[in-house]
Design a protein around this ligand. Structure first.
Ligand code: AMP
Ligand code: GLY
Length: 442
C-alpha cells in the first residue's frame, strides 16, 4: 500500500513510524514531513508540499495513486481536505470539514455541549467588544477568555482580575492579535483540577480511547510561563482511574459522538478530549479534531494493535469489529526546544547525537544540513520518547537519553512527569494508609 501523511512535526513522525511497521505498507509520503522523518524511516519520503496547499496535495495524491491518507494537523482538516480526497476516491483518516468544526469554532463546540448536556465550564459568547467588556465587569475572577477560531493553542487567556480580562478582550477583539480567530470570543468559568488528555479513535458510531496522557503546556518549570504547543507528555495519566474513565465514556465521549452524528456531522478519526477533573466531575476544557502533539508521541509507542488497521476501521465505520490493545507500562516524551520558544529563538545549529539506546526520537523543527546531518529549524526541535515498566523509569531514562542529544540553545523543562509521579506517590501512600484508591486524589 502507498500511504500519504499530511503534516510535518513530531506527531507525524510518530504516526509514520507506527504505520511503517505494517508489512503491507510499501511507501509513506510525508507532506511536507521533515528531514528527520526522511532520514529515520526507510519507507518514508518527504515531499515539499505545505499541509494547507489543498490543491497541490490532491494533485499529488491522484498522481501517485495513494491508497490511504492520514491528515494530522487541524488546518487542512478544517479546510476540508478529507472531503476533497473523498471526491477523488481516496480514503482518509480524519474528520470532514463539517465535523472538524468541533475544534475550529470553540463557540460552536460550547453550543454543542450545552445542547447535549455534556459537562463543560459555564460560558458566554461575544462578537462585540463593548458587550464583552460590560460582561467581564460583572464577573468573578479568575476568568477564562478564548479566541473562537484556531490560534495554535495560544488564543487562551486566564485573567486574574478585571484589568487582565479587559486587556485580553482588547487584544483579541480590538487589536486582532489572532486575526479573524478572535473576532468572536468565548468567555468561560475558571475550572480547577488535574488535566487529562484523552485521544480517542472513533468511526462516527463508537469510541475506543487510547491510553490517557498528561501534557505540559507551559514553557517553564512548575507550569509557569507562556503557553506552548506542549513541552512534554506522559502516559498513562495517573489521575485518570478506571472509574473516571467509565464516567467519561458514559457522560462525555459517547454523548459527543452521538451529538455529532445527530447534528449531521458524524466524526470519524481521532477526537481529542481535553478534560479537567473537577470536584463536580470530569468536564470538557476543549475538543481537538486530531491527534495531540506531544501526547501522540507518548501514547502511540504503547499501542499494540496495527495502527493502519485501526485507522481503516475508523474510516470504514467498522471500529466495532476491531480490538484495540495497548502495552502495559508507561511512556515519557520529553521535548527539546530552541531557547526562547514560544517567542523568538535562533535556529540553524547542527544537532549531534550520541547513544540513544531504545529511545524513539521524533523529529519536529529540523532541516537537513546538505551533508546528511540535521540542523535546528523550529521552536520544538524534537521529542525523546521512552517506554518502561514504570513511569518513574520512563521519565528518568527520557532525561538520561536527552543528555546525548546536543545543539546550541537547547532548552527543555526539568519537571516533565513530575506531577504524575507525585500523584502516584500520593496514591501509593493513600493505599497503604487507608487501603484506598487513586480516586481519592481530588
Ligand atoms: P485550551 O487551548 O482550550 O486547551 O486551553 C489551554 C489551557 O488553558 C488548558 O490546558 C487549561 O490549562 C487552561 N484552561 C482552558 N480553559 C480553562 C477553564 N475553563 N478553566 C481553567 N483553565 C482553563
Ligand atoms: N498538546 C495539545 C494539543 O495538541 O493541542
Amino acid at each position: 500500500m502507498i500511504l500519504m501523511v499530511v503534516g510535518g512535526g513530531g506527531r507525524e513522525h510518530a504516526l509514520i513510524k507506527k504505520l511503517s511497521e505494517n508489512p503491507q505498507v510499501e511507501k509513506i509520503y510525508a507532506l511536507p514531513g521533515n528531514a528527520g522523518i526522511g532520514a529515520d524511516i526507510g519507507k518514508a519520503e518527504c515531499v515539499a508540499i505545505k499541509a494547507t496547499d489543498l490543491n497541490a496535495i490532491c494533485h499529488f495524491a491522484q498522481a501517485r495513486h495513494i491508497d490511504f491518507a492520514v491528515v494530522a494537523p487541524d488546518d487542512p482538516l478544517a479546510l476540508g481536505l478529507v472531503d476533497r480526497l473523498a471526491v477523488l476516491g481516496i480514503m482518509s483518516f480524519g474528520p470532514t470539514g463539517r465535523a472538524a468544526m468541533i475544534e475550529s469554532s470553540k463557540a460552536w463546540a460550547k453550543a454543542l455541549m450545552q445542547k447535549y448536556q455534556i459537562p463543560t465550564a459555564a460560558y458566554a459568547v461575544f462578537s462585540d467588544a463593548a458587550a464583552a467588556l460590560a460582561y467581564v465587569r460583572r464577573q468573578s475572577y479568575p476568568l477564562v477568555l478564548k479566541a473562537d477560531g484556531l490560534a495554535l493553542g495560544k488564543g487562551v487567556f486566564i485573567a486574574a482580575d478585571q484589568a487582565e480580562a479587559e486587556q485580553a478582550v482588547d487584544q483579541l477583539m480590538n487589536q486582532g492579535k489572532f486575526g479573524p480567530a478572535g473576532a468572536k470570543i468565548v468567555i468561560e468559568e475558571y475550572l480547577t483540577g488535574p488535566e487529562v488528555s484523552v485521544l480517542a479513535f472513533t468511526d462516527g458510531k463508537i469510541v475506543k480511547p487510547l491510553v490517557s496522557a498528561m501534557d505540559h503546556k507551559q514553557a517553564y518549570d512548575g507550569g509557569r510561563g507562556p503557553n506552548t504547543g506542549g513541552m512534554g507528555a506522559v502516559a498513562p495519566n495517573p489521575y485518570y482511574t478506571p472509574e473516571i474513565a467509565s464516567l467519561c465514556m458514559e457522560r462525555i465521549f459517547q454523548p459527543t459522538i452521538a451529538a455529532m452524528a445527530a447534528e449531521g456531522r458524524p466524526f470519524r478519526g481521532c477526537l481529542y478530549f481535553g478534560l479537567m477533573l473537577t470536584a463536580a466531575g470530569p468536564k470538557v476544557i476543549e475538543y481537538n479534531c486530531r491527534f495531540g502533539d506531544p501526547e501522540t508521541q507518548a501514547v502511540l509507542p504503547l499501542l499494540e494493535t496495527d495502527l493502519l488497521a485501526v485507522m481503516e476501521a475508523c474510516s470504514r465505520g467498522r471500529l466495532q469489529d476491531l480490538e484495540v490493545r495497548f502495552k502495559e507500562g508507561a511512556c515519557c516524551c520529553l521535548v527539546l526546544a530552541s531557547d526562547g520558544y514560544p517567542a523568538a529563538y535562533q535556529s540553524g545549529f547542527p544537532i549531534r547525537r550520541g547513544d540513544l539506546g531504545d529511545a524513539a526520537v521524533y523529529w519536529a523543527g529540523v532541516a537537513g544540513d546538505g551533508r546528511g546531518g540535521l540542523i535546528t529549524a523550529g521552536g520544538r526541535v524534537l521529542g525523546v520518547s521512552v517506554v518502561r515498566e514504570t513511569l518513574a523509569q520512563a521519565v528518568a531514562d527520557a532525561y538520561a537519553f536527552s543528555e546525548n542529544i546536543d545543539f546550541a540553545n537547547k532548552y527543555y523543562r526539568h519537571d516533565i512527569g513530575g506531577q504524575a509521579l507525585a500523584a502516584l506517590d500520593a496514591a501509593a501512600k493513600n493505599i497503604s494508609e487507608k487501603n484506598n484508591g487513586l480516586s481519592d486524589l481530588y
